[in-house]
Design a protein around this ligand. Structure first.
Ligand code: ADP
Ligand code: ADP
Ligand code: MG
Length: 658
């Protein structure tokens, strides 16, 4: 075994790898960018080396800087984690050239699976079923349009160099093909520096099912069964589980056989994942028996969702990666691996489900992750960390294991609701609702489920908003001008005895607060025995709400059910984020690139109209008008690289003159 490892990554995955390496007796070496000074992974490792400024291109993606750190630290091997350089064959080669072992597959295997068109051709030749479509060299628009017609709509246009769900466009009508092709090419060129595409038949009722494989240097191949990752938003995974609901023995045997064939065809070594799409529409009786499946791509690295396979098999995949890289043969055979129970993982991102999942950067004011039976949490952050706009906004993964799928999902949903993160918005409450969705629970779902459920799942209902407003308001009333404090209390009846109300003395109180910037007027009324609250004109009983309150100077975070809301006095400058009355500078929410511009100076816009689109962190964000008015300035152009806070468009309210 190696005596030391440099982990060329950050966040939860770096923490995870450090843990496994330490258990194997290795000296652990972390690298960090200037934005990650003091980050958990750097603190945890035996030593940590700075590798450059915040932008990934100058730090976590800089082969030269990482190799320099490895030389300085005298590392024996490098683990790339996932993302960043993990699927970069040049990096794997540079490691070898520098005398370091790359903990991953041979560069040739990375290259063979690097482009989707070439990988598909290779798999076809190896007898692995691929999605019907066109993946040849010819790229002219008229030809591709003809091919799409032959394949039959709906079709999916995919960037051959794509990844992370980007560079994909679904087309349902022949007349829309040209525009979709242009959009896919634009995204592919911007994201991957390669605008070539392939065409695929869009599989109806698609289930994303992938197979975890391991191959050692002695030529042994085995699989760790399948994972179902069909709960996706914009082709990105949200919740993953193992085994796949509805999986039959026959289909499992066929899919795992195909995955091993794929791995062998490229001389794979280490841990990898073969992704398939399963046509659920053809399945009979709710199960997947008889459903056709097709190769999508192979990810030549560890995956974000690897823990669910570990939980059902008891195999530590990172330890296996190290053993294989060190030349040891696998100590277990296929017959030793069995499925034990059910595991499910949810990815907690710093993003705001109520604002179209806009990434939420800022400081984490509080962070308490659940513990409990069957729970495993992978987290790369601590309270006090800044979520920077430079990297993927994944804060933590919650993994729940249970004897049955229902038990695992119950544990997951409860854990997500018990997650306390304040300071940034997260998708925890949204994920909990998703984990409890009836169709998902029944195993009747496909990759379209999240989109179908989105309006209901993402919204904060009015009753909850009112309860949050009332609880936040009570806290603001009751607190003295004091230092930060944190308490957990049940609003009623415990609060009634608290001295907050008494402090104020008054029996009736009107208070204007904002909940995440939205104004709410509250009238509190205390009649000696019961309290009630009057919101938006209607009197309500005092709301029952279990919540944690995190005092934060200007206001208070009310965290309930995994959802964090910021409540502030409306007269205390809490409207700072809200659009100004007569003039609004629409700013870039983060560093990114302008990929679409919908307005020009002089154009009238209605509240909610899209003004321009910024792409950042694998996502597109539409920036919208906060109120009706006229565009007075456009300060950006398509293709511009913009920084967080840059003014892109200025809108003047209707009725005002310049
Ligand atoms: P999967 O989710 O199937 O493992 P993805 O292609 O979505 O595969 O990406 C894997 C992970 O790599 C992401 O969840 C993310 O954390 C990381 N990642 C991907 N692209 C980037 C990037 N540009 N910068 C930082 N991390 C990235
Ligand atoms: P990426 O490299 O971005 O991960 P994939 O080819 O793995 O790209 O596809 C990502 C997701 O897009 C899949 O998990 C699936 O939800 C959807 N998808 C891909 N190909 C198809 C298809 N032919 N039909 C239906 N959905 C598809
Ligand atoms: Mg994929």
């Amino acid at each position: 075994m190696f005596s030391s490892v440099l982990i060329a990554n950050r966040g939860e995955i770096a923490v995870r790898i450090i843990r496994a390496a330490r258990a194997l007796g290795m000296r652990t070496i972390a690298v960090y960018s200037q934005a990650d000074t003091g980050a958990l992974h750097a603190e945890m490792a035996d030593e940590a080396h700075e590798i450059g400024p915040a932008p990934a291109a100058q730090s976590y993606l800089s082969i030269a800087n990482i190799l320099a750190a490895a030389r300085q630290a005298k590392a024996e091997c490098i683990h790339p984690g996932y993302g960043f350089l993990s699927e970069n064959a040049d990096f794997a080669e540079s490691c070898a050239a520098a005398g370091l072992v790359f903990v991953g597959p041979p560069p040739a295997a990375i290259r063979a699976m690097g482009r989707k068109d070439e990988a598909k051709a290779l798999m076809q030749a190896a007898g692995v079923p691929v999605v019907p479509g066109y993946h040849g060299e010819k790229q002219d628009a008229a030809f591709l349009k003809e091919k799409a017609y032959e394949i039959g709509y709906p079709v999916l246009i995919k960037a051959v160099a794509g990844g992370g769900g980007r560079g994909m466009r679904q087309v349902t009508k022949h007349g829309e093909f040209a525009a979709a092709l242009e959009a896919a090419r634009r995204e592919a060129a911007a994201g991957f520096g390669d605008d070539r595409v392939l065409l695929e038949k869009y599989v109806e009722a698609p289930r994303h099912i992938e197979v975890q494989v391991l191959g050692d240097a002695q030529g042994n191949y085995l699989h760790l069964f399948e994972r179902d990752c069909s709960l996706q938003r914009r082709h990105q995974k949200l919740i993953e589980e193992a085994p796949a609901p509805g999986m039959s023995e026959g289909l499992r045997a066929a899919m795992t056989r195909a995955a091993l064939k794929a791995a062998e065809a490229v001389g794979y070594r280490g841990a990898g994942t073969v992704e398939f799409i399963v046509d659920g529409s053809a399945a009979k009786g709710g199960g997947l028996e008889g459903a056709p499946f097709y190769f999508l791509e192979m990810n030549t690295r560890l995956q974000v969702e690897h823990p669910v396979s570990e939980e059902i098999t008891g195999i530590d995949l990172v330890a296996a990666q190290f053993r294989i890289a060190a030349g040891e043969s696998l100590t277990f055979g296929q017959k030793d691996i069995a499925i034990g129970g059910h595991a499910v993982e949810a990815r907690i991102y710093a993003e705001d489900p109520e604002r179209d999942f806009l990434p939420s950067s800022g400081r984490i004011e509080a962070l308490e992750l659940p513990t409990g039976q069957g729970l495993r949490v992978e987290c790369g952050n601590c309270a006090g960390d800044d979520i920077s706009p430079y990297y993927d906004a994944l804060i933590a993964k919650v993994v729940a294991h249970g004897a049955s799928r229902g038990q695992a999902l119950d544990r997951l949903a409860a854990a997500l609701r018990g997650t306390l993160i304040a300071g940034v918005h997260t998708n925890s409450a949204f994920l909990a609702a998703l984990a409890d969705d009836a169709e998902f629970r029944a195993g009747k779902f496909d990759t379209g489920l999240v989109a179908r459920r989105l309006p209901g799942l993402a919204a904060m209902d009015e009753a909850l908003r009112h309860a949050v407003a009332a609880l936040g308001a009570m806290h603001l009333l009751g607190r003295e001008a004091q230092a930060r404090r944190s308490t957990t209390e049940t609003i009623a009846p415990a609060w009634r005895q608290s001295d907050g109300w008494q402090l104020f003395g008054a029996r009736e109180q009107t208070l204007d607060v904002t909940v995440d910037g939205d104004p709410v007027r509250i009238e509190l009324d205390w009649d000696g025995g019961t309290a009630s609250v009057c919101l938006d004109g209607g009197r309500k009983d005092w709301p029952e709400l279990e919540a944690a309150l995190i005092d934060a100077g200007k206001g208070v975070y009310v965290v309930s059910g995994g959802r964090s809301s910021f409540v502030a006095r409306a007269d205390h400058g809490a409207l700072a984020d809200a659009p100004q009355e007569d003039d609004a500078s629409v700013r870039a929410p983060m560093h990114g690139r302008v990929i679409a511009l919908a307005v020009e100076p002089g154009q009238a816009v209605a509240r909610g109209d899209a003004l321009c689109t910024v792409e950042a962190m694998k996502m597109e964000h539409a920036l919208r008008a906060g109120f009706a008015g006229v565009v007075s300035e456009v300060r950006t152009a398509i293709g511009d690289q913009v920084s967080e806070g840059d003014v892109l468009v200025v809108v003047r309210a209707a009725g005002k003159t310049a």
